[in-house]
Design a protein around this ligand. Structure first.
Ligand SMILES: [Fe+2]
Length: 286
């Protein structure tokens, strides 16, 4: 998230801009279509079923970059959420304020063909394909709003970092139980072909049952696949553990505690899979 609080030229005070859908080139629409086809073929048995339902409700299989006006009509009808375009990363307070009001901020640009598998700043494919389908799910939709409201409170208490880790390990890189299986729901995974395979199948990362305080203390990778993933039981359970928890005393405890390394396994963890960390070790040794 950006630190500067003044919106860039051309953006509204709340940092939103027009999506200007008509200005996308046919090459840009084609990049979306290629990414969409690859992910939507691979995901069905890997992703939480609510994600596929969201794609369907929002008619996202329609060719080309989605037009936010069309998308918002269906999304708003489903859960009262909307997608708004922003020029890039926005300050924390702006981000939380939008979420608290059921607005999801999305970049309007799309990656170029040579950035097909990796780019640092979230583009419209990550933001819209990765995040928006689950906003159709009523409980997940409530969680996202609760997160925004929690963010506004955490900012006042100086606890943004702890809350950012919660976002990272749920909204971006979360796994969820589905019957006897583990499935994907985090947008950072869902929008990445490589990580959609790695997060579920690779023996390298830890897979650990979700625990709010544990997650809020755990550092994360921004440069590569995660070394630990946290598995929630259900969206209901996630909402219960976060919105309904009294975070004040939790924050007080966290202030006196060290952070936890990305790859650590603690004796108190509900460990589902002890990662070999072979992938991270191989990357570190170059
Ligand atoms: Fe994201």
């Amino acid at each position: 998230m950006a630190e500067d609080s003044a919106p860039p030229a051309g953006a509204a005070p709340d940092w939103t801009i027009s999506q200007d859908w008509a200005s996308y080139s046919s090459e840009e629409h084609a990049v979306w279509d290629r990414l969409f086809t690859r992910q939507s073929r691979m995901l069905p048995n890997r992703v939480v079923p609510a994600f596929m339902e969201g794609l369907d409700v929002l008619r996202m299989s329609k060719s080309g970059i989605p037009d936010f006006d069309e998308l918002n009509e269906r999304l708003f009808r489903a859960t009262g959420w909307q997608v708004v375009a922003v020029p890039g990363l926005v300050p924390d307070a702006i981000f939380f304020e939008h979420l608290a009001n059921r607005r999801f901020v999305a970049g309007r640009f799309i990656r170029t063909p040579d950035q097909f598998d990796y780019l640092q700043e979230p583009d419209i494919f990550h933001d819209v394909f990765g995040h928006v389908p689950l906003l159709v799910h009523p409980v997940f939709a409530d969680y996202m709003q609760a997160y925004g409201m929690g963010g506004l409170r955490a900012a006042k208490l100086g606890m943004i970092e702890a809350l950012a880790r919660l976002y990272w390990y749920t909204v971006e890189f979360g796994l969820i139980r589905d019957g006897g299986d583990i499935k994907l729901y985090g947008a950072g995974i869902i929008s990445s072909y490589g990580e959609s395979l790695f997060a579920l199948d690779d023996p390298s990362p830890n897979r650990i049952g979700f625990d709010l305080e544990r997650v809020m203390r755990t550092r994360y990778r921004i440069d590569d696949y995660q070394q630990s993933y946290f598995v929630i039981d259900s969206f209901d359970d996630l909402l219960r553990q976060t919105r309904d928890a009294d975070l004040g005393p939790i924050y007080e405890r966290l202030r006196g505690m060290d952070t936890i390394a990305e790859d650590a396994v603690l004796p108190t963890d509900g460990l589902l899979h002890a990662g070999t960390q072979a992938y991270a070790a191989a990357r570190a040794s170059g």
